[in-house]
Design a binder for this molecule. Structure first.
Ligand SMILES: [Zn+2]
Length: 113
Protein backbone atom coordinates (compact mmCIF):
# COMPACT_ATOMS: atom_id res chain seq x y z
CA UNK A 1 0.00 0.00 0.00
CA UNK A 2 1.35 3.38 -0.96
CA UNK A 3 1.82 5.90 1.77
CA UNK A 4 -0.83 8.28 0.48
CA UNK A 5 -3.34 5.45 0.60
CA UNK A 6 -2.82 4.96 4.29
CA UNK A 7 -5.71 6.29 6.28
CA UNK A 8 -4.79 9.13 8.58
CA UNK A 9 -4.52 7.99 12.14
CA UNK A 10 -7.32 9.35 14.23
CA UNK A 11 -6.33 9.74 17.81
CA UNK A 12 -8.92 7.81 19.69
CA UNK A 13 -10.14 9.22 22.94
CA UNK A 14 -9.07 6.68 25.47
CA UNK A 15 -9.54 6.40 29.14
CA UNK A 16 -8.14 3.91 31.56
CA UNK A 17 -11.28 2.85 33.36
CA UNK A 18 -10.15 -0.12 35.46
CA UNK A 19 -11.79 -3.54 35.36
CA UNK A 20 -12.27 -3.39 39.11
CA UNK A 21 -11.56 -1.25 42.15
CA UNK A 22 -11.31 -2.00 45.86
CA UNK A 23 -13.33 0.16 48.22
CA UNK A 24 -12.74 -0.43 51.92
CA UNK A 25 -11.70 -4.00 51.05
CA UNK A 26 -14.69 -4.78 48.82
CA UNK A 27 -13.97 -5.55 45.19
CA UNK A 28 -16.28 -3.82 42.71
CA UNK A 29 -16.17 -5.08 39.13
CA UNK A 30 -16.65 -2.45 36.45
CA UNK A 31 -18.53 -3.49 33.35
CA UNK A 32 -19.92 -1.75 30.28
CA UNK A 33 -23.56 -2.14 29.28
CA UNK A 34 -25.62 -1.10 26.25
CA UNK A 35 -28.74 -0.19 28.18
CA UNK A 36 -28.96 0.84 31.80
CA UNK A 37 -32.32 1.85 33.24
CA UNK A 38 -33.52 2.77 36.69
CA UNK A 39 -36.64 1.26 38.26
CA UNK A 40 -38.75 3.97 36.56
CA UNK A 41 -37.46 2.88 33.15
CA UNK A 42 -35.33 5.99 32.62
CA UNK A 43 -32.01 5.56 30.78
CA UNK A 44 -28.90 6.08 32.89
CA UNK A 45 -25.22 6.67 32.09
CA UNK A 46 -24.27 4.27 34.87
CA UNK A 47 -25.32 2.63 38.07
CA UNK A 48 -23.94 0.64 40.98
CA UNK A 49 -25.17 -2.52 42.65
CA UNK A 50 -23.99 -2.75 46.25
CA UNK A 51 -25.31 -6.32 46.49
CA UNK A 52 -23.49 -7.53 43.36
CA UNK A 53 -20.52 -5.17 43.97
CA UNK A 54 -20.73 -4.01 40.39
CA UNK A 55 -20.49 -0.66 38.63
CA UNK A 56 -22.06 -0.49 35.17
CA UNK A 57 -21.13 2.20 32.66
CA UNK A 58 -23.11 2.77 29.49
CA UNK A 59 -21.60 2.45 26.04
CA UNK A 60 -21.68 5.54 23.86
CA UNK A 61 -20.53 8.06 26.44
CA UNK A 62 -17.88 10.63 25.62
CA UNK A 63 -14.57 10.38 27.47
CA UNK A 64 -15.63 13.19 29.84
CA UNK A 65 -19.03 11.60 30.47
CA UNK A 66 -17.46 8.20 31.05
CA UNK A 67 -14.95 9.57 33.55
CA UNK A 68 -17.56 11.55 35.44
CA UNK A 69 -19.97 8.61 35.50
CA UNK A 70 -17.27 6.23 36.72
CA UNK A 71 -16.27 8.61 39.51
CA UNK A 72 -19.94 9.26 40.39
CA UNK A 73 -20.73 5.56 40.78
CA UNK A 74 -17.45 5.01 42.64
CA UNK A 75 -18.47 7.68 45.18
CA UNK A 76 -21.88 6.02 45.66
CA UNK A 77 -20.07 2.74 46.37
CA UNK A 78 -17.66 4.57 48.69
CA UNK A 79 -20.58 6.10 50.62
CA UNK A 80 -22.16 2.66 50.93
CA UNK A 81 -18.99 0.81 51.94
CA UNK A 82 -18.15 3.38 54.60
CA UNK A 83 -21.68 3.38 56.04
CA UNK A 84 -22.79 6.87 55.05
CA UNK A 85 -26.22 5.55 54.13
CA UNK A 86 -26.88 5.13 57.85
CA UNK A 87 -26.68 8.91 58.21
CA UNK A 88 -27.83 10.52 54.97
CA UNK A 89 -30.89 10.17 52.78
CA UNK A 90 -30.68 8.96 49.16
CA UNK A 91 -31.47 12.53 48.05
CA UNK A 92 -28.56 13.98 50.03
CA UNK A 93 -26.30 11.19 48.80
CA UNK A 94 -27.19 11.99 45.18
CA UNK A 95 -26.44 15.72 45.55
CA UNK A 96 -23.21 15.05 47.45
CA UNK A 97 -22.07 12.41 44.97
CA UNK A 98 -22.93 14.52 41.91
CA UNK A 99 -21.16 17.65 43.15
CA UNK A 100 -18.16 15.81 44.58
CA UNK A 101 -17.50 13.96 41.30
CA UNK A 102 -17.72 17.21 39.31
CA UNK A 103 -15.45 19.16 41.66
CA UNK A 104 -12.86 16.38 41.99
CA UNK A 105 -12.58 16.10 38.21
CA UNK A 106 -12.00 19.87 37.96
CA UNK A 107 -9.30 19.92 40.61
CA UNK A 108 -7.45 16.61 40.58
CA UNK A 109 -5.86 14.20 38.18
CA UNK A 110 -7.25 10.79 39.05
CA UNK A 111 -4.98 7.78 38.77
CA UNK A 112 -7.48 5.65 36.86
CA UNK A 113 -8.59 8.31 34.37
ZN1 LIG B 1 -26.08 8.95 41.44
Amino acid sequence: MRKKDVKPKVKKESTKIPTHVFINGSRYNIVRAWVIKNDKGEALDGDVSFHEKKIRLAHGLTKAELEETFLHEYIHAFNYEFGLYNFITPEVDEVLTHQLAKELLKSFKIKYL
